[in-house]
Design a protein around this ligand. Structure first.
Ligand code: PRP
Length: 208
């Protein structure tokens, strides 16, 4: 598995445990996913470029920094919406794109149903977010869609990845770094991640 960062942080392990638990209520699930996404964002944004600038403290002139990159956050709907808030905490000026995709229950193939991509994505640092990387089909298609819009610089950020999904994304877009809280054991026959946390979209929105 290439280009893979599994974020190792006690707060993230605590949050992942809350998210995995069957009995966690929707409100707690949403809040905890947002917190976990912020920790993932903090790590995923470690490679942002900086501009050096001169600033005045109350006492003297010194060097400071500002983020040089334009940041785009693109959630894969629905479940990716639960991670946006965690990202914009650190990049409040980020532009947000939206990609609507659901996975066909029979074929497990992703189906597009919505796309809204702000202009200016060509030079931006694009964080594609979705809590689950299962077969990898949705992530591969989402990144291809954004490449077709001219995007070039990606990071894919998820909470739970399956080994199959990491391999598929590596094979299709080998240059794209993947940041996750965990790589779980396997997919079951319905392409659900084991042990996983169930259907993230249903648990965020209470549609179970
Ligand atoms: C889930 C999940 C990912 C996708 C992962 O979405 O949020 O988008 O499946 O599966 P893949 O890696 O095999 O493509 P789902 O289809 O349940 O839609 P939802 O987010 O609207 O619930």
């Amino acid at each position: 598995m290439k280009n893979l960062t599994v974020v190792d942080h006690p707060l993230l392990k605590r949050d992942l445990t809350i998210l995995r638990r069957r009995e966690t209520p929707y409100g707690v699930f949403r809040k905890t996913l947002s917190d976990a996404a912020a920790i993932l964002a903090y790590e995923a944004m470690r490679t942002l470029d900086l501009h050096l600038l001169e600033i005045e403290t109350p006492l003297e002139t010194t060097a400071g920094y500002q983020i040089a990159d334009e940041v785009f956050v693109v959630p894969i709907l629905r479940a990716g919406l639960g991670m946006v808030d965690g990202f914009v905490r650190f990049a409040p000026e980020a532009r947000i794109g939206h990609l609507g995709m659901y996975r066909d229950e029979e074929t497990k193939e992703p189906r597009d149903y919505y796309s809204s991509i702000p202009g200016g994505i060509e030079a931006a640092r694009v964080f594609v977010v979705d809590p689950m990387l299962a077969t990898g089909g949705s992530a591969v298609q989402a990144i291809q869609h954004l490449k077709n819009h001219g995007a070039r610089r990606f990071t894919f950020v998820c909470l739970v990845a399956a080994p199959e999904g990491v391999r598929t994304l590596n094979d299709a877009h080998s240059e794209v770094p993947i940041v996750t809280a965990t790589v779980d054991r396997e997919l079951n026959e319905h392409a659900f991640i084991l042990p996983g946390l169930g259907d993230a979209g249903d648990r965020i929105f209470g549609t179970e």
